[in-house]
Design a protein around this ligand. Structure first.
Ligand code: HMG
Ligand code: MG
Length: 301
């Protein structure tokens, strides 16, 4: 199949990345990072989550971040919302897009949001209805689309079943998360093919963690199946607090390099993106995980 001519890059570093850093980054730093990412041309920059601060203390200042953020017209700043309490917080913060997040694995659902898959869908239903009522865009995430750290392999049909429910609730897009980064291209393609039986491909996104170094090749495999929305995290920040050993998301710089090389348009500026990655890596006191960012820095030195 022909690769898409254009891809939307969804930046998740300020949420998925920073939620897993041991060091709690101050709100002002998060704001500076999000503003740099928007200036780099990213159309969507996930800004935080309204979840229990006992579960994820790193995101406890999401309201402060949103209050201080200079929002660039045309850029979306979604936040994760697990229930109505989170929804009300998002509404108070004048959020225009929220994301509900479920899983294709029962055990992961329990560890991550303390309820079964069926219960999570029951909790999401009023959130989805409220989002519709208040004109907020709704995105859906599914974790463990190939493997679960507690259950092992997950059947593609299980992913498709959750995706179908999220679509019916009104999600404009569903992001398929390889939470622990164990997927390889054939399994990713089988999973996408199954989900595409329930959800149109143009409404699917892929969300790869790079634990086993397979994320870029899995992105190529997804592009081959017509997927044109890719989640990534600047500098490769991140991991998952409920998936031991999971490393960060695929680095945005690496994804951009791949897409540019394939002649796929994104509207993202590499120099500005890499600068944003150096900024946050400097704050965290380490090098970017991104190989492209390191290579560019070495070339410039
Ligand atoms: P629970 O304990 O079952 O909820 O947690 P509860 O309703 O019984 O409430 C317990 C306490 O949490 C109460 O406070 C509530 O007020 C508070 P207390 O009375 O004990 O002081 N609470 C909240 N506080 C703030 N905001 C809220 C909220 N809701 C309840 N929205 C809950 C259920 C979902 C809240 C909890 O399990 C939780 O917060 N989990 C967070 C999980 C999380 O954020 N995980 C990371 C994001 S998912 C991810 O990274 C995967 C993804 O990247 C895709 C992939 O890679 O696979 C998206
Ligand atoms: Mg993730």
């Amino acid at each position: 199949m022909q690769l898409p001519g254009e891809v939307r890059m969804v930046e998740v570093g300020p949420r998925d990345g920073l939620q897993n850093e041991a060091q709690i980054v101050p709100a002002a730093t998060k704001i500076a990072l999000i503003e740099r990412l928007a200036e780099a041309g990213l159309p969507t920059v996930e800004a935080g989550s309204f979840v229990s601060p006992k579960w994820i203390p790193q995101m406890a200042d999401t309201a402060e971040v949103l209050a201080g953020l200079r929002r660039k017209p045309g850029v979306s700043y979604p936040v994760l919302v697990p229930n109505m309490k989170g929804f009300e917080a998002a509404r108070a913060a004048r959020v225009e897009e929220i994301a509900i997040f479920g899983a294709a694995s029962e055990k992961f659902s329990q560890r991550n949001i303390n309820c079964s898959i069926a219960e999570s869908l029951e909790r999401f239903a009023p959130v989805a209805a409220a989002a519709r009522q208040h004109g907020m865009r709704l995105r859906g995430y599914i974790s463990c689309v190939v493997d679960c750290p507690y259950e092992g392999p997950i059947a593609p049909e299980a992913v498709a079943a959750v995706a179908e429910r999220l679509l019916a609730m009104g999600c404009y897009e569903i992001s398929l998360g390889d939470t622990i980064g164990t997927g390889t291209p054939a399994r990713i393609q089988a999973m996408i093919a199954s989900v595409a039986g329930a959800v149109p491909r143009e409404r699917l996104a892929v969300h790869f963690h790079d634990t086993y170094g397979q994320a870029l090749v899995n992105i190529l495999a997804s592009l081959e199946l017509g997927i044109a929305t890719i989640d990534s995290s600047v500098a490769g920040l991140g991991g998952c607090p409920y998936a031991k050993g999971a490393s960060g998301n695929v680095a945005s710089e690496d994804v951009l390099y791949l897409l540019s090389g394939l002649g796929i348009r994104t509207g993202v500026d590499m120099a500005r993106l890499a600068a944003a990655g150096r900024f946050i890596s400097g704050v965290l006191g380490r090098e970017p995980v991104s190989k492209v960012a390191r290579a560019l820095a070495a070339k410039a030195a």
